[in-house]
Design a protein around this ligand. Structure first.
Ligand SMILES: [Zn+2]
Ligand SMILES: [Zn+2]
Length: 315
């Protein structure tokens, strides 16, 4: 599982950058260690799903726990969409070094590994969208592989520091990358404590806000890679099979406008029309008013219009 892999590398620090070395740290990891990592990943992943199912059948959902679940979902979702994706992978806006770290912490609390691992593989996805080198194309490989198989396999254990050199100068990001389990563990403890202290119920909050929410967030994130390259509309005739999908956009705080995104990846906004709701962008706009983030990149009018007419439904 993602949550175990970093500590499963032989020297731990092998996931840190080494000069100008390109390629992945996985190349320095022995095949047996990688297989063990993959096994641990699968077991941990199944355990999280079991905890989420246990919540559904055996743990009462209190109102307090439901509210906490929603808040934690949006908070972690924002860490992934506005943080890991739009900031770390695409540099679609600017922010301070402390808030950059906060974004990394929020994303890491979703147990989807560190920001550099996540964003590095995402940069590969944009470089090779729907071709043989795409880590998770449902067009080239299977729906299963694009949705979940690629994270359960040992093929992408390594962190693509070669593609993420812009973050090599931040030691706090390197440590976050190395200890990427810690934010999630702290969040689990905080969920239990918040529930116990407020009367919402410690176990109810832990199981619903943390375990159940983690699993739902996994699959909503994964749907961007699987569903959004198969089902939806294509406004732009991009070279890939990316689609705009309103349902995925709803559950991922705006990431489902994936054809828009592949057409104009550097934009902080992914919903290009007024009706294409983009919760992460709305939050970023509010934060920009307070100077927490700035220089939000937006598509030019020409960029917005480009290739619209030649767009064709993809096979
Ligand atoms: Zn894509
Ligand atoms: Zn992207």
């Amino acid at each position: 599982m993602w949550i175990i892999l970093p500590t499963a590398t032989p020297d731990g620090l092998s996931t840190l950058p080494r000069g100008d070395a390109a390629g992945t740290a996985a190349e320095s990891v022995s095949p047996s260690t990688r297989s063990l990592s993959s096994l641990v990943t699968v077991v941990a992943f199944l355990a999280l799903h079991a905890a989420a199912l246990y919540a559904v059948f055996f743990v009462e959902l209190t109102w307090g726990a439901a509210l906490l679940m929603l808040a934690v979902y949006v908070g972690r979702g924002f860490g992934l969409t506005a943080g890991y994706h739009r900031y770390f992978a695409h540099r679609a806006y600017k922010t301070s070094r402390p808030f950059q770290f906060v974004l990394g912490l929020m994303g890491a609390s979703a147990l989807q590994r560190g920001p550099v691992w996540w964003a590095g593989h995402h940069r590969t996805h944009h470089k090779h969208t729907d071709d043989d080198l795409d880590p998770h194309s449902p067009v080239v490989k299977s729906v299963w592989w694009s949705h979940i198989g690629w994270v359960l396999s040992n093929k992408y254990n390594g962190t693509e520091w070669g593609l993420m050199k812009d973050f090599q100068k931040y030691p706090e990001i390197k440590y976050l990358e190395r200890f990427d389990l810690i934010p999630g563990i702290l969040l689990a403890v905080a969920c239990y404590a918040a529930g116990a202290l407020t009367g919402a119920g410690g176990l109810s909050s832990l199981f619903w806000a943390f375990f159940f929410g983690t699993v739902v967030l996994y699959h909503s994130t994964f749907m961007v890679n699987s569903v959004c390259h198969l089902f939806g509309s294509r406004r732009y005739a991009t070279k890939d099979q990316s689609r705009n999908n309103a349902f995925v956009a709803f559950v991922t705080l705006g990431e489902g406008w994936h054809n828009n995104h592949h057409h104009y990846p550097s934009s902080a906004r992914q919903g290009f029309k007024w009706y294409e709701f983009d919760t992460s962008y709305y939050i970023l706009k509010v934060l920009s008013v307070f100077g927490v983030v700035w220089d939000l990149r937006a598509p030019t009018p020409r960029g917005l219009a480009a290739r619209t007419r030649s767009a064709t439904p993809a096979a």
